[in-house]
Design a protein around this ligand. Sequence first.
Ligand SMILES: NC(=O)c1ccc[n+]([C@@H]2O[C@H](COP(=O)([O-])OP(=O)(O)OC[C@H]3O[C@@H](n4cnc5c(N)ncnc54)[C@H](OP(=O)(O)O)[C@@H]3O)[C@@H](O)[C@H]2O)c1
Length: 335
Amino acid sequence: MRAIVQSRYGSVDDLRVGEVPCPEPAEDEVLIKVRAASVHPDVWHVVTGRPAILRLMGAGVKRPKNRVPGTDLAGVVASIGRTVLRFRPGDEVFAETIRGVQWRNGGAFAEYAVAPEDGVCLKPRGVSFQEAAAVPTSGLIALSNLPRRRVRPGSRVLVNGAAGGVGAFAVQLAKAYGAEVTGVDHTRKLGLVESLGADRTIDYTREDFTRGGERWDLIYDVPGNYSFRQVRRALAPHGSYVLIGHDAFGAGGHTLLGSLPRMVGLMARATTTPALRDGLVVSPDKPRLMSMLAQFMEDGQLRVVVDRSFPLSHTPEALRYLASGQAVGRVVIIV
Ligand SMILES: NC(=O)c1ccc[n+]([C@@H]2O[C@H](COP(=O)([O-])OP(=O)(O)OC[C@H]3O[C@@H](n4cnc5c(N)ncnc54)[C@H](OP(=O)(O)O)[C@@H]3O)[C@@H](O)[C@H]2O)c1
């Protein structure tokens, strides 16, 4: 089958279209004929091999163990493993191909890919393959890190990085749960944030939300450009802080360990700081989270804005475009 092949860590421009054997589903896996896939920051990280720690976290020490990048896709079930119960050939699905929280190539940028049954979900009616392909990883991150006790009718939620892959879903999910949402992002992207339902927007190039005197019940921080000490100024007395973390495609300069030291620091501090505790509770129940995302889409509460689509052979261009930060919406690959 045709696939994007990565033979070493380095530049996205080293990726080539090649012929590789079609994967065979293990007993708990589903083989999917891929119609669309999507790019996100972790795909870029595994292609470039940065931060280096990811090579020890399953991606492959010297070179990528799995040579086909991509983790998120939508397509049609081609065959199923022996123990798979929830799907059958012909089902239209969307899926995350990696298990748990892993940092490795997942084989999505190909004509066929396998995904564990737990990471597969029926594609909702009225949602295109391109839209559905953009949902799994960022949707799972957004949903599993949104503390429900802080996101209720009337609560005040600030999403920093609100136009990005994770932020755009966090804004919409918080709105769906009835919160009053403020979205912070770049000037060019505020129209998108408003169109997703944010009640207010803040332009980070002009305003520092930690210094405006306002307070939020939840600060959901994707870029992590302020220290917790700074963010605390803008937290309501019993408010919570959740950090997703973003290395800005290497610009953060954390080439060895990425955001891990900061995450570990916050986790250690959570023992004495209640505001940090919600950031530690992440639901591992992937089938339930995928079904919830599908339901939100079906109900029209979760919308995917696709900025640009690229054919499979233009995957390097798609990744370059993603890393340029220019996209206003998601970047999708059509297979
Ligand atoms: N999306 C996924 O599927 C996925 C998967 C795995 C892991 N993650 C992790 O989750 C994190 C976020 O991913 P993402 O897809 O949401 O990234 P993204 O699409 O690049 O979004 C980040 C957003 O934050 C904005 N931003 C940058 N600096 C900011 C600042 N100072 N203040 C406010 N906003 C700022 C960016 O705008 P500009 O840069 O244009 O200014 C961009 O809109 C990354 O660490 C990534 O590794 C994401």
